[in-house]
Design a protein around this ligand. Structure first.
Ligand code: GDP
Length: 459
């Protein structure tokens, strides 16, 4: 079952419980059964699923024992227990290495041929490059004919520096030369791509060890294909014995039914997953962290991802961002600020990935083109607004009834904007709703879990 479907199934089970007037054992069992079946269909290991079931049940029991609290609170207890256990399922409890600016960070990629290693190396270089790291790739795969050509082509397309050789046959020499060269040139992310096949498996592991010794990586990354599902555990253990890696990237998560199985199997080996490969394009790489991952899967958004996205944008246009931050500090987030953020985000890469990070963003399911055209229409609407409206917090779009308090929703401003932008009043209202949701998040800035605070903490 692909992740979006898994998320929907689990959500469905939780909502069924929510709709019921009271929680009882029978209801709890039915919900757990549905969740566990969905997890098993995603190839999550039977033992892990069984332990999730037991733990949710005992957590809920302990929390509800003797609790005559309100039904809504009791439902929250169940939801939280399910959420926490799902997070536990994909949480290895280990923090990965974090590349640092202003110094060389050598990342070595290992993994079997065909798993997506070379593609992932370029995606990684692009990812870090976009975030202000000077990035490059060293192709140390001399076993596969054409490996260097593949790197050369994709690195050229991505405008990333690369190193390799058509004549040198010793991968250890190439790796050492390439890393040495790029260190001297003050590159910050140096990615070493290694071979994924040999005549004998033993030789492959030996080669990885030798390259590792020569380049002294700060982090070795195992690249694994999601389609192997829970077999990911055995494969990662086999690699771990020879090439001690510190992180994993699971590729081909797009549309693969066994993705959930692969992720949970990897977590069981206590190695952090750092990214998921979600397609063949260079931007199809998503940061992975347990809690945001589950939150996003369940359609609850990913605030942390959103904050990081905003920070990346800030890197690219620090002056503009400073202005927005200043406004936020004063609790201001106008429609113009929102438009600015949306415009920036659209330049950052696939908008469909960003959309799913926003909690509750309705109707945002669809192809990249559909979502992107929806965002463009939102921008057109703001183009039809006056300066006064753009600087406002959207309240001027609300006419009041005679009592001065009750808003009449559709007013002449919305009608004018709809006409001017070739959209409908309903669309303008939806856009204003989305702006308000974002503004509320932004304005939570002063509060404990505010956006601003989160951003500052992460800097
Ligand atoms: P390597 O042999 O491990 O270096 O694998 P490659 O990088 O050559 O990738 C093998 C195939 O998998 C290529 O056709 C890639 O386009 C494809 N691929 C890699 N990552 C992904 C991914 O995340 N999703 C999808 N759908 N295909 C991928």
């Amino acid at each position: 079952m692909v992740l979006a479907d898994l998320g929907r199934r689990i959500n469905g089970a939780l909502s069924a419980l929510n709709r019921a007037p009271t929680i009882d054992d029978k209801l709890l069992d039915a919900m757990l059964k549905e969740i566990c079946t969905a997890l098993l269909e995603s190839d999550v290991n039977v033992k892990l699923v069984a332990s999730l079931r037991t733990r949710v049940r005992s957590k809920v029991k302990a929390a509800l024992e003797g609790d005559k609290g309100r039904e809504a609170q009791r439902k929250n207890v169940v939801q939280k227990a399910v959420f926490d256990e799902l997070v536990g399922l994909v949480n290895p409890g280990v923090e990965p290495y974090k590349p640092k600016k202003g110094q060389p960070n050598v990342l070595m990629a290992v993994g079997l041929q065909g798993n997506g290693k070379t593609t992932t190396c370029t995606k990684l270089a692009v990812y870090y490059q976009k975030r202000g790291f000077k990035s490059c790739i060293v192709c140390a795969d001399t076993f596969r004919a054409g490996a260097f050509d593949q790197t050369r082509q994709s690195a050229t397309k991505a405008k990333v520096a690369y190193f390799g050789s058509y004549t040198e046959t010793d991968p250890v020499v190439i790796a050492a030369q390439g890393v040495d060269k790029f260190r001297k040139e003050r590159f910050e992310i140096i990615i070493v791509d290694t071979s994924g096949r040999h005549k004998q498996e033993k030789d492959l592991f030996q080669e990885m060890e030798m390259i590792g010794r020569a380049v002294q990586p700060d982090m070795t990354i195992l690249v694994l294909d999601a389609s192997i599902g829970q077999a990911a555990e055995a494969q990662s253990r086999a690699f771990k014995e020879s090439a001690d890696f510190g992180a994993i990237i699971v590729t081909k998560m797009d549309g693969h039914a066994k993705g959930g199985g692969a992720i949970s199997a990897v977590a069981a080996t206590q190695t952090p997953i750092i990214f998921l490969g979600t397609g063949e394009h260079l931007s199809d790489l998503e940061r992975f962290a347990p809690e945001p991952f589950i939150s996003k899967m369940l359609g609850m958004g990913d605030i942390q991802g959103l904050v990081e996205h905003m920070q990346d944008i800030a890197q690219q246009n620090p002056e503009k961002q400073k202005e927005v931050m200043k406004n936020l500090e004063q609790g201001k987030f106008s429609i113009r600020d929102w438009r600015e953020q949306m415009g920036n985000v659209m330049n950052m890469g696939p908008i469909s990935k960003f959309a799913s990070m926003i909690p509750g963003l309705p109707d945002m399911a669809g192809s990249e083109d559909e979502i992107s055209s929806k965002f463009k229409r939102m921008i057109y609407m703001t183009d039809s607004m006056t300066g006064y409206e753009l600087e406002s917090d959207g309240l001027c779009f609300m006419d009041m009834e005679k009592d001065g308090k009750t808003p009449i929703r559709t007013n002449w401003r919305a009608q004018r904007v709809a006409r001017g932008s070739g959209t409908s009043v309903a669309e303008v209202e939806e856009m204003l709703f989305q702006y308000r949701m974002m503004a509320n998040m932004a304005k939570g800035a002063g509060g404990k879990n505010g956006w601003l605070q989160a951003m500052q903490k992460m800097q």
